[in-house]
Each structure stands twice: as structure tokens, then as C-alpha cells.
Design a protein around this ligand. Structure first.
Ligand SMILES: *[C@@H]1O[C@H](CO)[C@@H](O)[C@H](O)[C@H]1NC(C)=O
Ligand SMILES: *[C@@H]1O[C@H](CO)[C@@H](O)[C@H](O)[C@H]1NC(C)=O
Ligand SMILES: *[C@@H]1O[C@H](CO)[C@@H](O)[C@H](O)[C@H]1NC(C)=O
Ligand SMILES: *[C@@H]1O[C@H](CO)[C@@H](O)[C@H](O)[C@H]1NC(C)=O
Length: 509
């Protein structure tokens, strides 16, 4: 407990800082990992070494209950950059190649809005969203005009690009918004198998792998890694995880390089820094799933304000949909309310700035909720799901539950998934928390008490003692879908016509 004297000092600081900072530039730096999870010392992984991200945590707030609204790369990035779920901004799946998903032309994105307000905007690394006009940055060095591994994994190259961006921002004497989309620790087996399942040998200095001068790769023993509960405990899966950890060392050192550039450019003390990831790790139940392993994200936020919390954890339930309003709040730009005349909704269901959490932990509330909406990943992977999660419960609606859950190309080729397939086919022991059949075939409704059952194994759907809880979660999910104009809000039991659900009489609801 702080003494009264300490409280007063903190308040005074906050007041002074406000007036001082308002005359100065205020900037934002977002450091986004690609499929990054909790392979971080700061989140209690004792094996994977991430000293630089851990150091960032000591300067700010680490969130223990941060969730993406969609577990897929392009949709998650589009949601983060617009503050709207994928079904509302139109980015239903991956942007590149044959998948070809794009947001609607009439969407307002963070970079466009910030640019309109005189802020210098930049993106380095993985972009993976479109159309170009909807997501336009002043400075763009991405996979759309470079090799993805150079701008996303070559941390020396990333460092030099960050230096160039910051020099230009200083030259223009403008506040800036810099978004660095690392491609690590994404898988690579589908694109560059010659560098290992996570491209963990790219730039390692081995023959044929080239050199990344600023990277000291760290290697791990497969029998020492920490196997997450949703991955089978076998040698094949462990070797896969060890490769992922090596790639984390490149990401972690890349984060340090960009932060050093920020400091060298004179902006350590006026920049809000965030580290997070787009979706869950590329392992079973992770990416493309609405289980917690697919939705829960690392989130570290450092505010330069003198009164801000340092080296503290927050238990607040936050969504990556809150990032856009947070950035606008930081820059003092008004976030206009959505136009809607059909809803009188809880404010809780709307994205909101988490800046206040950086100075004071809010009182926990059982009413808080985060929402998720998944429709595709690859174009072939049509498996619409919607979910609501409170601190205690998670309700998932699998709209097309009669179909087998789809598997993406990248996960399919992974040593972990091949091991599951091989063992299942040859009826060998599979030390996993599910069977492949359970993984593929899911019921229409899944209700979990995530506090008592964090592995989400015991489906409580239809349990009489929870009837009221389930009904209220369903009502909240339906309300969120209506408010965000979800085209799927009547599926699978009805068709949406003139804002009404018209029954199909197919026995589903
Ligand atoms: C934006 O475009 C989509 C798709 O064309 C459309 O359904 C939606 O009504 C538009 N929204 C606004 C606010 O114009
Ligand atoms: C930079 O901009 C600030 C206001 O944003 C102004 O006070 C300062 O004089 C400017 N510096 C230069 C070198 O133009
Ligand atoms: C990484 O980038 C640096 C600087 O551009 C370059 O010298 C180096 O060869 C690159 N490494 C790889 C593996 O491409
Ligand atoms: C799975 O089986 C195939 C064919 O027998 C084999 O080539 C592959 O190495 C096995 N993979 C794993 C991860 O066990």
C-alpha cells in the first residue's frame, strides 16, 4: 500500500506531466510479433531467454489478460489497425496470394486517421493487409516492396530502416507512429524449409544461411523446452519448440535494436511503446482457434509519463481491438462513436482506450468481456466461429460445426502436426490432451469455466445449473454481433433479411 504522501506525489506528477507533454511531441511505437506467444521470461517461461522484452516489462505494464479478437494474421492486423472485428472491416482471412482478402474501401484505419492529423506514420516489416489506400503509411518498407525475411527477420536491416524512419520524423519535426511488424517467430516450413521449421537458421552464419550481423542465435536442447499444455509431449514436438525458441532470440534482439534506435533519436521519453502479437502460436489449438491458446496474447505497454506504472502486471481484461482507441487517446484525437440506431449497448462491449490502466489498476469486474470473430484463415478454411469470454467463462459458437476443423498449410507441414498424424495413423501412443478426432469435430456450442478448467476440456453447454449463465453469454454475444453488424449473426439457423433473422427450419439455433 502506498502512503498518503506517495499518492499525492503521484497525482502531482500526473498533473505536471500532462502540461509538459502537451507542448511536446508524443509518439507511438508498436512492436508486433508474428505468431508470438508466451515464450518469454516475463511470462514465466524459464527456458526461452528473452532478456530484452523482459527489460521492457520492467519499464511498464505487462498484461495477463490480453486477447486478440481473431486468431489469424491479416484479420488480426486489420482489427488492430481499425479497432473493428474482422466481420466488420471485411478482412475475413489472409490478404496474400489466392486468399486475397481485403478490408472494405470505406474503412478508416489508424495510419490514415493519424496522417490526417499531421502525424508521420511508418511501417517496417510485415503488413499483410489491404487495400493499399485503406492502410497507407507515409513510410512503407514491407513485404509488398521487399523480401519478407529482409524486412521481417533480418534485424540488422530492420534496425537501419528504423533509423531512417526516425531521422525523417525528426527532420520533419512531427509526432510519429511507427509499427514494426516482425516476421519472427512465424513458421517457415511452407516457404523456406531449408532454414528449418521456423527459419531459425536464416542469418545464423551457417553455410548458405547468410549472416545477420546483429544477431547472436541461441540454441536449445529439445529435452529442456517447456511444452505448452496444448502440444503433445513428444520428441518431434519438442524439437519443433526448440526451433521456435531460437527464432524468439532473433525477435528479442530485434526489439532491443529498435528500442536503441528510438533512444538514439531522442524519443525514449516521449513515446508510448507496445509489444504484442497478432495471434496464438502455430501449434494445435493455437493460431486459427478461439481457444485461449489461439486468442490470448502477450501485451507489454510502456508509457513514458513519469507517473506511469513500472514493472507491474495488470489483470485487466483487454482486447487488441482496444489498441486503436488507445493510440488515438494518446495523441488526443477524438474517436468518433459508431453510427448505430439499433443498439443500446453496454459500454463494456466497445473498444476503449487502456491508457488509464497504465497509471492505475482498475477494480476487477466479472462483467468485463472480450469478443472474438473468426471466419477464414486461408480461403479454403471456411469455419466461422464467434466467442465471448469473461474472466470466468468462455462461450464459443461453431457455426459450421458439422465440418472438420480446417488445418492450414503451414501447420500441416510442421513436425508437430505430422507427428500427431503419424501417431494417430499407426495407432502409436499420443501424449496429447485431445485426440485428432476431437480436434477436428467440435460441437456447435462450447461453454467453459476457464477459471476452473483453463485447458477448455470440459464442455458445460446445456448444463442446467449454468442455464442462466449460458443464456446471458449468448445474449451478449448476439448483441455484440448486432452492434458490429456481423453478416453471420443469424447463422446457421436462419437467414438475415432486412435486419431480421428468418428461420430456415433446419433444427439449428
Ligand atoms: C462500407 O462498405 C460495406 C461493403 O460495401 C457496406 O456494407 C457498409 O455499409 C459500408 N459502410 C458505410 C458506413 O458506408
Ligand atoms: C518543432 O515543433 C514544435 C511544436 O510541435 C515547435 O515548438 C518547435 O519550434 C519545432 N522545431 C523546429 C526546429 O521547427
Ligand atoms: C541482413 O541485412 C544486412 C544489412 O542490410 C546485410 O548486410 C546482411 O547480409 C543481411 N543478412 C541476410 C542473411 O540477408
Ligand atoms: C511421419 O511419417 C512420415 C512417413 O512415414 C515420415 O517421413 C516422417 O518423418 C514422420 N514425421 C514425424 C514428425 O514423425
Amino acid at each position: 500500500m502506498a502512503s498518503a504522501g506517495a499518492v499525492i506525489t503521484v497525482l502531482l506528477c500526473a498533473v505536471i506531466t500532462d502540461s509538459v507533454l502537451s507542448n511536446k511531441a508524443r509518439n507511438v511505437l508498436i512492436l508486433l510479433a508474428d505468431d508470438g506467444g508466451f515464450e518469454l521470461g516475463a511470462y514465466l517461461n524459464k527456458i526461452c531467454q528473452t532478456p530484452n522484452i523482459d527489460a521492457l516489462v520492467r519499464r511498464g505494464v505487462v498484461f495477463n489478460n490480453a486477447f486478440t479478437s481473431v486468431s489469424s494474421c491479416s484479420p488480426s492486423r486489420a482489427a488492430l489497425l481499425t479497432g473493428t472485428p474482422s466481420h466488420q472491416n471485411g478482412m475475413y482471412g489472409l490478404h496474400h496470394g489466392v486468399h486475397h482478402f481485403n478490408s472494405f474501401d470505406n474503412i478508416t484505419s489508424l495510419p490514415n486517421k493519424l496522417r490526417d492529423n499531421g502525424i508521420y506514420t511508418g511501417i517496417i516489416g510485415k503488413k499483410h493487409v489491404g487495400p493499399a489506400d485503406v492502410y497507407r503509411f507515409d513510410f512503407e518498407q514491407t513485404e509488398q516492396n521487399n523480401d519478407i525475411n529482409q524486412v521481417g527477420r533480418n534485424i540488422t536491416h530492420i534496425k537501419l530502416l528504423a533509423r531512417e524512419f526516425l531521422a525523417e520524423a525528426n527532420k520533419q519535426n512531427k509526432s510519429f507512429f511507427l509499427y514494426v511488424g516482425f516476421h519472427d517467430p512465424h513458421r517457415c516450413g511452407h516457404s523456406h524449409p531449408e532454414w528449418g521449421p521456423f527459419c531459425e537458421r536464416f542469418g545464423s552464419g551457417e553455410r548458405g544461411a547468410g549472416l545477420i550481423p546483429d544477431w547472436a542465435p541461441w540454441y536449445y536442447r529439445w529435452d529442456e523446452v517447456q511444452v505448452p499444455y496444448h502440444v503433445q509431449d513428444t520428441e518431434a514436438a519438442r524439437r519443433d519448440i526448440a526451433a521456435q525458441y531460437t527464432t524468439m532470440s532473433r525477435l528479442d534482439q530485434g526489439v532491443a535494436l529498435v528500442l536503441k534506435e528510438l533512444e538514439a533519436a531522442g524519443h525514449q521519453d516521449d513515446t508510448l511503446v507496445m509489444y504484442t502479437s497478432d495471434n496464438g502460436i502455430p501449434f494445435p489449438s493455437g493460431r486459427t482457434n478461439l481457444y485461449d491458446a489461439g486468442l490470448r496474447e502477450p501485451l507489454v505497454v510502456v508509457s513514458p509519463e513519469p507517473g506511469a506504472r513500472r514493472n507491474e502486471a495488470s489483470g485487466a481484461l483487454v482486447s487488441l481491438l482496444d489498441v486503436a482507441p488507445t493510440v488515438l487517446d494518446w495523441f488526443g484525437i477524438k474517436h468518433e462513436q459508431e453510427m448505430s440506431n439499433e443498439i443500446t449497448s453496454h459500454d463494456d462491449d466497445k473498444p476503449k482506450s487502456f491508457l488509464p490502466i497504465l497509471s492505475k489498476e482498475p477494480a476487477p469486474s466479472e462483467h468485463e468481456a472480450v469478443f472474438a470473430s473468426q471466419t477464414h484463415h486461408e480461403v479454403t478454411m471456411y469455419y466461422p466461429m464467434r466467442a465471448v469470454r469473461t474472466r470466468r467463462y468462455k462461450l464459443v459458437h461453431n457455426l459450421h460445426f458439422a465440418m472438420p476443423f480446417p488445418i492450414d498449410q503451414d501447420l500441416y507441414l510442421s513436425p508437430t502436426f505430422q507427428d500427431i498424424l503419424n501417431r494417430t495413423r499407426s495407432k502409436q501412443p499420443l501424449p496429447w490432451y485431445k485426440t485428432l478426432k476431437q480436434y477436428y469435430f467440435r460441437p456447435q456450442w462450447e461453454l467453459y469455466d476457464v477459471r476452473a478448467d483453463p485447458l477448455e476440456l470440459k464442455n458445460l453447454h446445456g448444463k442446467p445449473s449454468l442455464a442462466q449463465t449460458e443464456a446471458s453469454l449468448r445474449a451478449r454475444l448476439a448483441q455484440w454481433q448486432r452492434r458490429t453488424r456481423d453478416p453471420w449473426r443469424c447463422a446457421p439457423g436462419a437467414v438475415l433479411e432486412r435486419q431480421q433473422c428468418r428461420a430456415l427450419d433446419n433444427g439449428l439455433d
